[in-house]
Design a protein around this ligand. Structure first.
Ligand code: CP
Length: 334
């Protein structure tokens, strides 16, 4: 286990679920496994023979959809992809509701039916911003975990995006120039209210890894303690950027920690937070990272994302590697 891994109990990698860094066990071993898979991504082709991955999307995706399918194919699995909102029955997710509206099927029947066709389930289901408690309890994903009887992994759910954060960590491991780099996650403006899943996971994984992690945001955007522990944000973005080796930009809406009544809302569109070359000049010639998709000239300027120090493409490519490690671990646990 790495030095700062502390937010969840240490677990052996007999993975039935994948939401948090602790689900992978020793992160050093997971990174070594990722490097080995990158050398030969088809090495474990036999592991998935006659096994089926079902990837269920309640929300849009480009990278997760493609990279997770590719990972399953790397392991010799069959893959079924279901876009719930395109062709499936509209699903009710709350128990006790009189289903006299437009929702024809309940998740409580749909989950065991879907699980009967597969061996491992991936679910993408974003925060709905209707109720913080529902979102922060991962109510939809938890129903899959409870009622499917199959290993379940988050492909970005209400509060976490672990496949992204693991790919980000793999990328930092590949590009770091010092043993313990300074990694800065910065809030940046966006026209729409976005979930906190990516920043939550990125912070949680960085705090579990061997890096010096700082996050910076305007007041009101403080992240939940279950992901950042007692780490407080640096509100002065310029101060945070000093000596940074990696800058990770991301927008998120109000997490409702210090302002509970503002949960899921946009508190600021301050364009001075956009990452441009003046910001990057404050750093230690830092690499730029973003999970994509990104709004150019809102989150990051054209010149920064197009610079040789931009890692957005290798980072996205590493999504195949993180997903291959996770599916491999899950296949080994079946
Ligand atoms: N970064 C990421 O998860 O991309 P998609 O939403 O396109 O899958």
């Amino acid at each position: 286990m790495l030095k700062n891994q502390k937010f969840h109990d240490f677990k052996l990698p007999d993975m039935q679920t994948f939401l948090y860094p602790a689900d992978l066990g020793d992160l050093r071993k997971a990174l070594d496994e990722a490097a080995e898979i990158k050398q030969d991504r088809y090495k474990h082709q036999q592991l998935g023979h006659n096994k089926t991955a079902l990837l269920i999307f309640f929300n849009n995706s480009l990278r997760t959809r493609l990279s997770t399918q590719k990972a399953a194919l790397n392991l010799g699995m069959n893959v079924i992809v279901l876009d719930i909102n395109q062709g499936a029955w509209k699903l009710e997710t709350e128990r006790g509701v009189i289903m006299d509206g437009d929702k024809s099927e309940h998740l409580l029947e749909a989950i065991p039916v879907m699980s009967s066709y597969c061996d491992i389930i991936g679910v993408r289901t974003f925060a709905r911003f209707e109720n913080r408690e529902d979102d922060y309890s991962e109510s939809i994903l938890r129903q899959f975990i409870r009622h499917s009887g199959k290993p379940v992994f988050s492909m970005e759910s209400a509060t976490v995006h672990p496949l992204q954060a693991f790919a980000d960590l793999i990328t930092i491991e590949e590009y770091k120039k010092t043993a313990r780099p300074k990694v800065v996650m910065t809030w940046a403006p966006h026209p729409k209210a976005l979930p906190q899943a990516v920043p939550n996971s990125f912070a949680q994984w960085m705090l579990a890894a061997d890096v010096d992690f700082v996050y910076t945001c305007p007041e009101g955007y403080e992240l939940d303690a279950q992901f950042v522990g007692d780490l407080k944000p640096e509100y002065d973005q310029a101060k945070a950027f000093a000596n940074a080796d990696f800058v990770y930009a991301k927008n998120w809406s109000c997490p409702g920690v210090t302002l509970p009544d503002k949960y899921g809302q946009i508190l600021s569109k301050d364009m001075s937070w956009m990452v441009d070359s003046d910001h990057m000049a404050l750093t230690n010639n830092a690499f730029f990272m973003h999970c994509l998709p990104v709004r150019r000239n809102m989150i990051v300027s054209d010149d920064v994302i197009e610079a040789p120090t931009s890692l957005v493409i290798p980072e996205a490519a590493n999504r195949e590697i993180s997903a291959t490690v996770v599916l491999k671990r899950m296949l080994q646990a079946i």
